[in-house]
Structure formats: C-alpha cells, structure tokens
Design a protein around this ligand. Structure first.
Ligand SMILES: [Zn+2]
Length: 104
C-alpha cells in the first residue's frame, strides 16, 4: 500500500516524488508519487518497508500483484536551467589579493 509517508518534494521542481531502490542494483531512484498508467516501472513495498522499483519490460509489461505502475521522476522532472537563476558568481576573473593581506 502506498502512503503519503514517504512522499517528498523534488529539490529541482518541487513535485511530489518517492524514493525507491532499484531491484537491479539497489540504487536510489525517484518516482512520481502517484501511480501513472503511462509509467514504465513497477513499484512495490518490500518486507523491510522500503520501496523497490523495477523496470517493466516488453516481455513482462504488467505490474504484479502488490505492485504499482509508476513513472520515473526523471521522465517528467524539468531539466535544471542552464544558467544560474541569480546569486551565483561568475567564475571568470582574477581574484586580487586584498590589500590587508600585504605587509607594509
Ligand atoms: Zn523534479
């Protein structure tokens, strides 16, 4: 059963996501919080209470009992802006030694 307990907000786009571990190699993968009929992964809760995600394949395209069809968040997360949204300093330029560092 999916609960809101493990829903978090994506840092990049503030969407509601869940973190799941890939059944293939145990890496953390974000998936959209709500089941999606267009999704291509199946998410299930393991006996340890963690969420596990596996890819749905052409050979086995349907989730099994207890699994939910979900969308990987990477598929819908907008890419970060190419340039900083302000606040970042340009990297170019030579930093001058402040005069106070020099001895008279
Ligand atoms: Zn996102």
């Amino acid at each position: 059963m999916l609960s809101n307990r493990d829903v978090v907000l994506c840092r990049a786009c503030r969407a509601r996501i869940r973190w799941a571990l890939t059944s293939a190699n145990g890496k953390r993968q974000p998936v959209n919080a709500d089941p999606d009929p267009a999704g291509n992964v199946a998410v299930s809760r393991g006996p340890d209470g963690l969420l596990y995600v596996r890819s749905l394949t052409r050979a086995h395209p349907e989730p099994r009992a207890g699994e939910y069809r979900m969308m990987p968040h990477h598929a819908t997360c907008p890419p970060p802006p190419q340039r900083g949204t302000g606040g970042g300093r340009p990297r170019t330029g030579i930093r001058r030694t402040p005069p106070s560092w020099r001895r008279p």
